[in-house]
Write a protein that binds this ligand. Structure first.
Ligand code: ZN
Length: 253
């Protein structure tokens, strides 16, 4: 990582907002992990989603209907995700927390990269690949332990009750985990600066979090390429590369 000597005017303004804020929260989406080589599945024709419809294969009904097919698709994807490493955007957010300038990260990403970059307070509203749970008895299994649970049909099976084991990620057709959403809501209601990073802010209920913050008088900063529904509400919008912009903010602080 090279020390950035120049940074965008937006980065300077965001650094000022961070200094002025007493409670800053970051809300991150797929864009923060793209520099780690994890494609945004909403970008058609990229990576692992090239020949499949994620809404079909990653649906809770598909898991129950044909669990072997589900795992056949997901197992390599999880292995691939597990091998990715955090990038300098994750590192910048972890650094802000270390400096006492960021209260928490709320993320839509399931890749654990915020934690691996050193962020301590991370709310994963779509779950994470860290664990899997039995859909019958609720037993939890770490990522490394799951490999031993597959039966000859390629279905991860709970040794306690022979129930089906499912990754602790939110599939289409499932509600978001209640406890995580409550934490996310409370953080956004209690902050005075919400920095949205790498998210198009279009998928509810996460897309409602900036409204919660704005309604309580918080400021909104957006670090995302491309339009979001909140662009007009944002005090500052940074349109550059997410790594460059966040490293720029750190340098400007
Ligand atoms: Zn079980």
């Amino acid at each position: 990582m090279t020390l950035q000597e120049t940074f965008s005017p937006g980065a300077t303004r965001l650094a000022k907002l961070i200094r002025e804020s007493r409670s800053t929260v970051a809300l991150t989406g797929a864009g923060v992990s793209v520099p780690s080589g994890i494609p945004d599945f909403r970008t058609p024709g990229t990576g692992i989603w090239e020949n499949v419809d994620p809404f079909e294969v990653a649906h809770i009904d598909a898991f129950h209907r044909d669990t072997a097919r589900f795992w056949k698709f997901y197992r390599p994807r999880f292995d691939q995700l597990g091998s990715k490493t955090p990038n300098a955007a994750h590192a910048a957010l972890a650094e802000l927390e270390t400096r006492g300038l960021l209260r928490a990260v709320v993320t839509q990403n399931i890749d654990r990269l915020h934690r691996r970059a050193g962020s301590e307070r991370v709310v994963e509203v779509h779950g994470s690949i860290e664990t899997c749970s039995c859909t019958t008895c609720g037993s939890s299994y770490g990522r490394e332990a799951v490999g031993a649970l597959f039966d000859e049909d390629g279905v991860a099976t709970c040794p306690c009750c022979m129930g089906k084991v499912k990754p602790d990620v939110v599939l289409f057709g499932e509600l978001l985990p209640e406890a995580a959403m409550e934490q996310a809501n409370a953080l956004c209601e209690g902050c005075d600066l919400l920095i949205c990073v790498g998210s198009s802010l279009e998928v509810y209920p996460v897309a409602g979090l900036p409204s919660l913050a704005l309604n309580r008088g918080a400021r909104l900063a957006i670090v995302t390429q491309g339009p979001t529904p909140y662009d007009r509400d944002a005090t500052v919008k940074l349109e550059g590369d997410v790594v460059d912009e966040l490293q720029g903010v750190l340098a400007a602080l």
